[in-house]
Design a protein around this ligand. Structure first.
Ligand SMILES: [Zn+2]
Length: 135
């Protein structure tokens, strides 16, 4: 996974022009049975790292949303001795913090994110099957 992120950052830095306006770079990382959506948002002032998640606006209204996790001054990135290492560090930290939110389902034995959580040991899918919860 580290190699995938490193390659992605290399492409990002090659295509990145300091005079560009605000940009968001998205990366999908395959992990267990799921995909993690990680992003870097670069504006004139800030560099922000975070992950995509689902917010529920009611039981049948999933809304994809972006959760910011780390943010630093754009200056810090510009002044870094090794910009790609710096971005890599923050990306790995962001990925790990997203992974830590996942729990292991007692029924299907798959890991699930908090937004698909029925309780701490049961995912939505299995809650429907095992507890007859209707979503
Ligand atoms: Zn399950």
């Amino acid at each position: 996974m580290r190699r995938q992120v490193r390659e992605w950052i290399k492409d990002l830095l090659e295509s990145f022009h300091p005079q560009d306006g605000d940009r968001v770079y998205n990366l999908i990382v395959e992990w267990t049975h799921d995909q993690l959506e990680i992003y870097i948002r670069i504006t004139k002032e800030r560099v922000t790292f975070g992950y995509g998640a689902i917010q529920w606006d009611g039981p049948h209204s999933p809304v994809p949303t972006k959760i910011d996790k780390y943010s630093l001054d754009r200056q810090e990135l510009e002044l870094a001795i090794d910009r790609s290492e710096m971005l890599l560090d923050y990306m790995i930290k962001t990925i790990n913090s997203r992974k830590r939110q996942y729990r292991f389902c007692q029924f299907c034995h798959k890991k699930f994110p908090p937004e698909h959580r029925f309780d701490s040991k049961t995912c939505h899918g299995c809650a429907s099957k095992e507890y007859f919860v209707v979503y």
